[in-house]
Design a protein. Structure first.
Length: 144
């Protein structure tokens, strides 16, 4: 058991985050990157894991030791195919929220949340620059 997320766990986490949304009859797919990668297109979902391995938690039901990390998700969107950037960013955020909320059942690699109401923090609007809308939220994730 690693105190910080393994490369395999990070890959599974990355795969478990959805990157497309259907609004009306239009399906839009965002690029998905880690925060240390170069942003080249919009819309984009940027992921960052921080504060990893600092706190331990025992799952009373299953018994394994869990380490805590903070997953931060930035969603950047501009108007695409006639869909306003803020609306697109919020729709993408909702898809990601729903996916993470389902992690009460662990994803591959035993990455999970325990309570979607307390582990997933609220969506924040950080502003708009040159037509690109920036939204962010975080989730406390646990891994063994």
């Amino acid at each position: 058991m690693s105190r910080i997320l393994s490369t395999t766990q990070k890959k599974e986490l990355f795969k478990a985050i959805p990157a497309s949304v259907t609004i009306g009859e239009t399906t839009i797919t965002a690029s998905k990157i880690w925060s240390n990668q170069i942003l080249t297109t919009y819309p984009s979902i940027t992921l960052n894991v921080s504060q990893d391995g600092l706190q331990e938690l025992t799952d009373i039901k299953a018994g394994p030791l869990y380490y805590r990390a903070m997953l931060t998700v930035h969603i950047l969107a501009e108007t695409v195919q006639g869909i306003q950037g803020a609306r697109l960013a919020e729709a993408l955020a909702n898809e990601v929220f729903e996916a993470i909320a389902a992690w009460t059942t662990p994803i591959e690699g035993n990455v999970r949340i325990f309570d979607s109401d307390t582990d997933i923090k609220s969506l924040q609007y950080l502003g708009q620059i040159n037509g690109v809308f920036d939204y962010v939220f975080s989730a406390i994730i646990y891994h063994s």
